[in-house]
Write a protein that binds this ligand. Structure first.
Ligand code: ZN
Length: 497
């Protein structure tokens, strides 16, 4: 047995080393690498990905994992989980015939560049045949990976283990009943956020970022912030997490909330227990849970009235003129302004899940065959009208806005909304142990992070997302907490609505 365990450790350490190297290269390319580096970097990445593929997808690995699986009764919980996760990964990597896999990689590559053109030209017809092919391929792959499972459920499980259409139908159904009518009521209320649209020099924003990271107890010895086009978190291990932001000089709140968001992701990576480092339990953390952590800090903490209380004095210090006469209430309403819009990435906290709901409904129907790609734009526009009350003027600002489908990423969007819903349920239960408002008012986020570390972070990927949430909350996932949270928030922001 000891020999098998040694071999497992060796395999995982090797895979960790490849992942570490590729991760550093990725962060480097997004932050400081010169623009001309792409081609030569591609050669290095190609070699690394082929080597790591061969290291993992081989008879030796298969035999090792099968031997360990046969003796799973003798394994401790963490080792059993590792074997389970790696067996599934190996099965998924080998079930697609090589020629189909290569053709698919080529297809997504082409589809992404066609999508870019289609978006620029506002020409959905250009992209449509690619989308059709991508859906066909993914339908086929889901059948290879999880034969017998409904296609969309199989794809959901890839991104969010254990998630099903049944659960999501219930989740989005709850949102449709509660949030959609509320938004219709408040969407024309006037809220001034002009004082946020000031010119904010990069240096001032850097000072704000440093303050935020200190408040979040992000240890600079283990987590560094740099800049990139799009904010991102790369967790290499629990002593080395890289986060990035982008400073827009005419929109400092964009960077401010991205630092808090990525900081929330970082705390998760930094909090995984020592014993799981360099194993798959510390990597491949479930996306919905990851988003629950980032959104917890960004929205549940960062957009709370209590946080505005401690943020305002800092803003008055950094931008004395612009914030001289601003009150906490004004700041709170401005950073939470509810405004149904066309673009998902610019949406406010309350309308955001409705953007996801549109995508979920359409994906589900594209894969169960009740919606044809030719009808997609019209359906997209109809749902935006029904749920958000906005008219989509063209496909570039409609169905073509996100890159996800062009990259073959289906059943991926729901995790974004699930993250917020998990967060609301966690907050409800956290409040039984921690006076969250009092802690935030003191500017002391330690008890909040400690609770999350204890209930979520330290376990890494030891459990499926649903199990982990159930362990932390003492009950299964329930969307009612999110619906209640959003309802309460809208009522607090717009008491007259
Ligand atoms: Zn995120």
């Amino acid at each position: 047995m000891q020999e098998l365990l040694n071999a497992l450790n060796q395999l995982e350490t090797t895979m960790y080393a490849y992942r570490f190297a590729v991760g550093v290269i990725y962060v480097d390319s997004a932050t400081v690498a010169p623009g001309g580096a792409a081609e030569a970097r591609g050669i290095a990445l190609g070699v690394l990905s082929e080597k790591s593929y061969r290291e993992f997808v081989c008879d030796e690995t298969k035999t090792l994992l099968e031997k360990l699986h046969e003796r799973r009764g003798e394994l401790d919980q963490a080792t059993a989980r590792r074997v389970q996760v790696l067996r599934k990964k190996l099965r998924h990597m080998t079930c697609i015939p090589m020629d189909e896999y290569v053709a698919y990689a080529q297809l997504t590559n082409e589809a992404e560049s066609v999508w870019q053109k289609a978006k620029a030209k506002n020409d959905y017809a250009l992209f449509e045949p690619y989308l059709k092919k991508l859906i066909e391929c993914n339908r086929k792959f889901a059948g290879y990976m999880e034969p017998g499972k409904p296609v969309y459920d199989a794809m959901l499980d890839e991104n969010e283990q254990g998630m099903t259409t049944e659960t999501l139908d219930g989740f989005f159904g709850t949102l449709r009943e509660t949030v959609v009518p509320l938004i219709a009521k408040v969407k024309d209320s006037a809220v001034s956020d002009d004082f946020l649209k000031i010119h904010a020099p990069k240096e001032t924003q850097e000072a704000l970022s440093a303050w935020l990271m200190e408040k979040m107890e992000l240890d600079p010895e283990r987590c560094v912030l740099s800049t990139s086009e799009h904010p991102v978190t790369m967790g290499l291990n629990k002593k080395d997490v890289r986060i990035t932001t982008h400073y827009h000089e005419n929109d400092f709140t964009s960077s401010m909330y991205s630092v808090i968001h990525e900081g929330g992701h970082a705390l998760y990576e930094l909090g995984v227990a020592d014993e799981y480092q360099q194993t798959c339990i510390a990597q491949d953390l479930a996306m919905g849970i990851h988003e629950s952590q980032s959104r917890f800090y960004e929205n549940l903490v960062g957009r709370s009235e209590a946080f505005c209380e401690i943020l305002l004095p800092k803003l008055k210090e950094l931008f004395p003129q612009a914030f001289e006469n601003v009150t906490v209430r004004q700041l709170y309403r401005a950073v939470n302004k509810v405004q149904p819009s066309l673009i998902r990435t610019e949406a406010d906290e309350v309308t955001y899940p409705l953007h996801i709901m549109v995508r979920y409904e359409l994906e589900k129907r594209l894969f169960d065959g009740t919606l044809d790609t030719a009808e997609l734009p019209a359906e997209w526009n109809r749902l935006y009208r029904d749920y958000l009350g906005v008219e989509v003027p063209d496909d570039a600002q409609g169905v073509l806005q996100d890159i996800h489908w062009a990259g073959g990423m289906f059943a991926y969007f729901p995790s974004y909304a699930l993250g917020s819903a998990y967060g609301a349920q966690l907050l409800h239960h956290m409040k039984k142990d921690v006076d969250v408002t009092a802690a935030v008012l003191r500017g002391d986020l330690h008890p909040v992070t400690e609770w999350l570390r204890d209930q979520i972070h330290r376990f890494g990927d030891l459990y499926d997302p649903g199990e982990l949430l159930e362990k932390a909350c003492g009950e299964a996932f329930d969307p009612k907490y999110y619906a209640e949270y959003l309802t309460e928030k809208i009522t607090k922001l717009y008491p007259k609505a």
